[in-house]
Design a protein around this ligand. Structure first.
Ligand SMILES: [Zn+2]
Length: 568
């Protein structure tokens, strides 16, 4: 660390930066080490002073950059269009020689990597961004445009005027906007239909102009009204009728292009008198307080992570997941993160209760013990997806209670068998094979082999299977185990070939996770290309296995009672 410190000091000195005495600084958060430097930047005929904070010598981020309040005032006086909030500039509670510091969020503009081994390059990047920033500020058109470009940044400046920081969470629910109640102590988010806040949806083409909104570090209702009037006339009219009724706390949210501007104010209006009467006049001088607000949208969360080729993920697919144990728990979570259960049915089948013994390799923890695995998982998945899985449901039944007419009526696109049980694998295969080719869903089997030496997956697509064969019975059977040539681990005794049986088998948590990730990768291949080329795949753990088998396209086996008759 000392080496870096020395390099930074040398570079700053060569570039003409001047160190600042600790005693002149009053920082909001006490820092053990402060390394503040003063520098100058020229723009047009101005020389603008700024501070660089190099206290964090890990150099994982660019150094913080500050302006002094006197510099901000100088700019405001010289360029009268500059009004607070100034885009990308945030007033801090820290002081230098009794002048407030304004931090510059210049990093918002770039996705630059910090060149940690070249301090001069770091300074070049910082100086260039400062220059770009000042250029945008001193030119009126560019300045006003930044309110549009950095709407969120301007809102943050407003939120920072408050003493306390508040968070609201909202989402669209059954066509309307609803709010969550946030229990920070227990890390819980609950949809609370009783919270009433007025939501204004502002026309996308309306342009916000935050100038003249903040006066003396405050926003009055009067100035806020003016701001809305300039922003969007329809919202303004709605806002005026919102002001007709008195309220101890009027709470509002403006939504513009998916971003929010939210807050509250007191409005103890005398409804017998007009707004301009002496009884009511003072109201408009009250302060508006702003709140950080986030729109929760799980579908959007899912879609942003998906590659273009599978951009809709599982949104339009009906999915059945059988078995919610060590593989199925991770599988359920991952399927939801591919979009299952948001717009199309996602059915979880398991009849077991989560026991304390399961915790060692299950997705869920002890707080869910004593509940049916399916219900516990749904509760876990719902709260992690803002309660937006409207199509998820459970079937707490033995798989044998589902007959072929169930599969025929439900018309699933994809059935995932995560039981790791050869008996269930065979049973599901029998049910699916009895359906006509047109109504047959894709069937995926996932299992952990032996004691976790490897995990395997078989993808049975009816299109391909009816032509070339390849189903779980082509791999082997519950009586004989896997066929020798298809065994992922050679030289096993016949009784070891059955894979994981329904009784408990010891293998580490990685087995369940790896089987789930293999399963998910196959599903992604299917979503992206419409098929899975290697339908029989194996992933080995790090244990040294001789004669590993490759991923292959499994075709008919002569002994398979379903595919054996197919002529190639
Ligand atoms: Zn077969």
């Amino acid at each position: 660390m000392n080496d870096i410190r020395q390099l930074v000091i040398e570079a700053l000195s060569i570039r003409g930066y001047i160190p600042i005495f600790d005693l002149d600084l009053k920082l909001e958060k006490d820092k053990n080490t402060s390394m503040f430097y003063e520098g100058n930047i020229k723009i047009e005929d101005n020389v603008i002073k700024f501070l660089l904070d190099f206290s964090n010598l890990s150099l994982l981020d660019f150094p913080n950059v500050y302006f002094l309040e006197e510099t901000v005032n100088f700019l405001k006086n010289k360029y009268i269009h500059i009004q607070e909030p100034i885009p990308h500039l945030r007033k801090e509670k820290s002081l230098y020689k009794d002048s407030y510091l304004y931090s510059i969020c210049y990093q918002l503009h770039n996705s630059n990597t910090v060149p940690r081994d070249n301090i001069f390059l770091i300074l070049d990047i910082v100086e260039k961004h400062l220059h770009d920033f000042l250029n945008k500020i001193i030119h009126k058109d560019l300045f006003l445009n930044e309110y549009v470009v950095d709407f969120g940044g301007s809102v943050i400046s407003l939120i920072n005027l408050n003493e306390k920081f508040e968070n609201w969470f909202m989402s669209k629910y059954k066509g309307g906007w609803y709010f969550f109640e946030c229990d920070y102590k227990n890390c819980r988010l609950n949809l609370n239909l009783k919270i009433k806040r007025e939501v204004f949806e502002v026309n996308h083409s309306s342009t916000p102009d935050f100038s003249y909104l903040i006066r003396e570090d405050k926003v009055s209702i009067k100035d806020f009204q003016e701001f809305i009037k300039r922003w969007d006339i329809l919202s303004y009219k709605k806002f005026m009728s919102f002001l007709k009724t008195p309220s101890f706390s009027k709470e509002f949210v403006f939504i513009w292009k998916g971003m929010t501007l939210a807050g509250y104010f007191k409005w103890e209006r005398n409804t017998d008198k007009s707004l301009n009467s002496s009884k009511n006049k003072h109201l408009r001088d009250e302060n508006v307080y702003f709140v950080n607000t986030q729109i929760l949208d799980f579908k959007k969360n899912v879609l942003r992570n998906l590659p273009d080729e599978s951009s809709q993920g599982l949104l339009q697919k009906k999915v059945l997941l059988v078995g919610l144990g060590a593989i199925g728990g991770y599988m359920a979570e991952a399927l939801v993160k591919l979009g299952a259960g948001i717009e199309s049915d996602f059915v979880l089948v398991d009849k077991d209760i989560l026991e304390a013994d399961n915790i060692g390799r299950h997705l869920l923890g002890f707080q869910f013990c004593g509940n049916f695995k399916s219900l516990a998982l749904i509760s876990y998945l719902q709260s992690n997806s803002f309660f937006q899985l409207t199509k998820i449901r459970s079937e707490i039944k033995d798989i044998s209670s589902f007959n072929n007419s169930f599969f025929e009526n439900e018309n699933f696109d994809l059935i995932i068998d995560a039981t790791g049980s050869i008996e269930v694998q065979e049973y599901l295969n029998e049910m699916i094979q009895s359906l006509s080719k047109e109504t047959r869903p894709i069937l995926q089997h996932l299992w952990v082999f032996g004691n976790g030496e490897c995990v395997q997956a078989l993808w049975v697509d009816p299109e391909i299977q009816t032509a070339r064969g390849g189903c779980i019975s082509c791999l082997g059977s519950s009586s004989k185990g896997l066929h020798q040539e298809l065994l992922p681990v050679q030289n096993l005794l016949p009784e070891q070939r059955t894979g994981v049986c329904s009784a408990f088998t010891p293998y580490a948590v990685s087995g369940g996770m790896m089987a789930a990730s293999l399963g998910i990768n196959m599903i992604l291949e299917w979503l992206q290309t419409g098929k899975v080329v290697n339908n029989y795949q194996t992933r080995y753990s790090s244990i040294d296995i001789k004669d590993k088998i490759q991923d292959i396209t499994l075709t008919r086996h002569k002994e398979c009672r379903f595919c054996g008759e197919i002529k190639q």
